[in-house]
Design a protein around this ligand. Structure first.
Ligand code: G3P
Length: 225
């Protein structure tokens, strides 16, 4: 399972990248708008943080296939080969995906609320497809189950794609899909930090530290006792 950060705040990305086993960063137009910065300026700064190997996801906004293809070329030229253009799974998006596949550019299908959107994007050659788990939950459907259905259909149809499941609001949603073996999840920094935030963990470590300090003296560690 790959873990990506779903944010464009460079301070948060630096912190999470430093601490956790992270594979990339995903953005969307709303996430970029929150920074208030020029898109390529902030995306290039993110690229320097995550290095050439980190996968960076940047969304196209054009309403036409031709426009999306042009955006994908610019995104790849500006941000490197490990940058994937996120393409909304709508008719013009599928048309753009087919052309980009033929040209060998990397892309993913996004804005997925239904299984067939995901399946069609995978069939167009999308490396990942991104169902919006919490947004689907908020519509009164089961975002985890929709994601599982897409995963299963990709596997059963032998398509060379996988999930980059997105829009998580809690650890349970993430856990359910990670247990299911999806290809990747992209998670906001506060939700990533929440994956291991637990009073029982803090209490256990606190007790270990007090016991050890009682044995060798306060502030000493296995490196200097
Ligand atoms: O990037 C798409 C997705 O992650 C959006 O998440 O939190 O706006 O529902 P959210």
């Amino acid at each position: 399972m790959k873990l990506c950060i779903d944010d464009a705040n460079v301070e948060k990305i630096r912190r999470v990248y430093d601490l956790y086993p992270v594979d990339g960063v995903s953005t969307n137009p709303s996430i970029l708008a929150k920074t208030g910065r020029k898109p390529y300026e902030v995306l290039k700064e993110i690229r320097t943080i995550i290095g050439e190997d980190g996968e960076l996801f940047v969304q196209a906004v054009s309403p036409t296939a031709e426009g999306i293809v042009e955006e994908a070329h610019r995104i790849a030229a500006e941000l490197g080969k490990t940058t994937l253009t996120k393409i909304p799974c709508v008719p013009q998006g599928f048309k753009a995906m087919k052309q980009l596949k033929a040209e060998g550019l990397r892309f993913i299908g996004t804005a997925i609320y239904t299984p067939m959107q995901g399946l069609l994007a995978a069939k167009c050659g999308a490396e990942y497809v991104a169902p919006y788990v919490n947004r689907i939950d908020n519509m009164g459907f089961d975002g985890v189950q929709v994601s599982r259905d897409i995963h299963d259909a990709i596997v059963r149809n032998g398509l060379d794609s996988g999930l980059l499941a997105a829009s998580f609001k809690n650890s349970q949603q993430v856990l359910e899909l990670v247990k299911y073996g999806v290809k990747a999840v992209t998670v906001a920094p506060d939700v990533i930090e929440g994956l291991v935030k637990n009073a029982a963990i803090d209490a256990a470590i606190g007790q270990f530290n007090r016991d050890f300090a009682g044995l060798v003296g306060p502030g000493r560690t296995m490196a200097d006792c």
